[in-house]
Each structure stands twice: as C-alpha cells, then as structure tokens.
Design a binder for this molecule. Structure first.
Ligand code: NAP
Length: 251
C-alpha cells in the first residue's frame, strides 16, 4: 500500500521557489514524489539543482506576480506543462518595515497587492481548473502575523491576517468540491525576509529568547507540513492555519 504522504505523479506549482521557504517547500514536495513548477521573478537554477537528485520533473516559469496580467498565463503554462496541476503553494510574499506613523501608501499597496490580491487571483485561476476535476490542494504561506500584531509591519500584518481569513473562506467554498485550502504559519525563519531583524542584535536576541525550540527555523523545517497539506493524508483537512514555529505561539 502506498503512503498517504506520497505525491508521486502529482504536479505542484510553488511561487517564490528560488530561495528561502519556497525553495525548502519545492524540494520537500519533489522528495515526496511531486513534479515541481517553480514560479517567480528570479532564476530558479539553484532550486532546479537541489531537485535534480530526486529525479522528479521540474519546470520554471519567470513571472512578476505583482502584475495582474501575469497570473492567468502562469497557470495556463503550468497546466500545459503538467497536464493538470494538483497542488498550488502560494509562498511569494514581501514585507516592508516602518513605524505606522511614517508608513507610506506605496509600502501599503506593494505588500497588499502581492501578498493578498495577486495570491487570491492566482488561486482563482488555479481553482477554476481544479474544481471541474474535483481535486486540488492549495497551501498558503501565512505567518505568526496571522495571529499576532507585531510592530512596524502594518501592511504585512494586515496581509497575513487577511490571508488567514481568506484561507478559511476558500475552504468553506471549495471543501465540498474536492479542493482543500489550508495555510502554514512559519515562525521566525532564516531567510531574506528576516535579514533586517537578524541584523538588529536586540530584536534578534529577544526573538530567539522566546522560541521554545531555542533556534530560528531553517527552510528545511517547513517542508514536512507542506507535504502533509498537499497530500491525500490531508484530504479531510480544510481551513487550518498550521503553525511551524518552534513553539512560539505555545509560549
Ligand atoms: P524571501 O527569501 O524574501 O522569499 C520571498 C519570495 O517571494 C522570493 O522567492 C521572492 O522572489 C518572491 N517574490 C517577491 N516578490 C515577488 C514578485 N513580485 N513576483 C514573484 N515572486 C516574488 O523570504 P521567505 O521568508 O522565504 O518568504 C517566503 C514566504 O514566507 C513569504 O510569504 C513570507 O511572508 C513568509 N514568511 C516568512 C517568515 C520568515 O521568518 N522568513 C515567517 C513567516 C512567513 P525574489 O527572490 O525574486 O525577490
């Protein structure tokens, strides 16, 4: 009997897969058997070379996901290459840091547009293919800021809190149509996203001191949760926001 976590023969689209958490997820999905379509605005050579040893098929699509007109063509190409995508991981996201009193409209719009608006319409384009087939897994990358306020990141917190709500709404609409919509909330991970935080010695040590696991997360720590939510093991799991945070929220 095959494992319920086996993704052999399935194809996953992963956005922002060139680095960080997206790269960690793309590699884990390939190790579980999936073909990977890596979408983003940067080259995907490093991710391709990390996936090569798995022997799973890989395809890269270059796209700036902040551009609305890029979204439908990304899914159309992914469908053509794969013959039908079954997994979409919405990982691409940005953060802008400034005190709320000084926060600019540009920093508000850039974050909300990519993290929430583009994510929704890319998901819509994918679900319009998945729902007629009665099968699909959508995994959104949320954040601890889906649960907490944070400081100096108002548009990011709004986007990630909004994403938790959107995850639940889409789960309610699509659960009976064979499409699972769930999210992962990473804790503090060592990626480009947290570089500024890690360079601030005071903030960095305060954060570390609050993590029960006693260390920041690495991209390799996130893949297991993504494989689970993308796999038949999660067929009856809908609308959850699963923290992978070294115990941060438990404290
Ligand atoms: P990252 O290294 O900054 O990765 C962000 C990814 O998004 C990169 O692949 C980036 O591509 C891509 N991206 C940004 N703008 C894009 C655009 N317009 N079009 C296409 N792709 C775009 O940071 P990360 O930590 O791995 O972030 C991945 C996700 O995890 C984000 O949604 C982030 O909010 C979330 N997250 C991270 C943490 C953490 O502690 N690191 C915690 C909670 C949630 P480029 O390299 O080309 O910019």
């Amino acid at each position: 009997m095959s494992s319920p976590f086996d993704l052999s023969g399935r194809w996953a689209v992963v956005t922002g897969a060139n680095t960080g958490i997206g790269q960690g997820i793309a590699v884990a999905l390939a190790q579980a058997g999936a073909g990977v379509i890596a979408v983003g605005r940067s080259g995907m050579e490093e991710t391709e070379s990390l996936i090569a040893p798995t022997g799973r098929p890989f395809h890269a699509i270059r796209a700036d996901l902040a551009q609305m007109e890029a979204l439908e063509p990304v899914i159309a190409e992914a469908e053509e290459v794969s013959g039908g995508i079954e997994i979409l991981v919405n990982n691409a996201g940005i953060i802008r840091r400034a005190d709320s009193l000084d926060f600019t409209e540009a920093d508000w719009d850039a974050v909300i547009d990519l993290n929430l608006k583009s994510l929704f319409f890319l998901t819509q384009a994918a679900a319009r293919r998945m729902i007629p087939r009665g099968r699909g897994k959508i995994v959104n990358i949320a954040s601890l800021l889906s649960f907490q306020g944070g400081i100096r990141i108002p548009s990011y917190t709004a986007s990630k809190s909004g994403l938790a709500g959107l995850t639940r709404l889409l789960a309610c609409e699509w659960a009976a149509k064979g499409v699972n919509v769930n999210a992962i909330a990473p804790g503090y991970f060592v990626t480009n996203n947290t570089e500024a935080l890690r360079q601030d010695e005071k903030r960095s040590s305060e954060i570390l001191g609050r993590i029960p696991a006693g260390r920041w997360g690495n991209p390799g720590d996130i893949g297991g949760a993504a494989v689970f939510l993308a796999s038949p093991a999660a067929d009856y799991v809908h609308g959850v926001v699963l923290p992978v945070d070294g115990g941060w929220l438990a404290r």
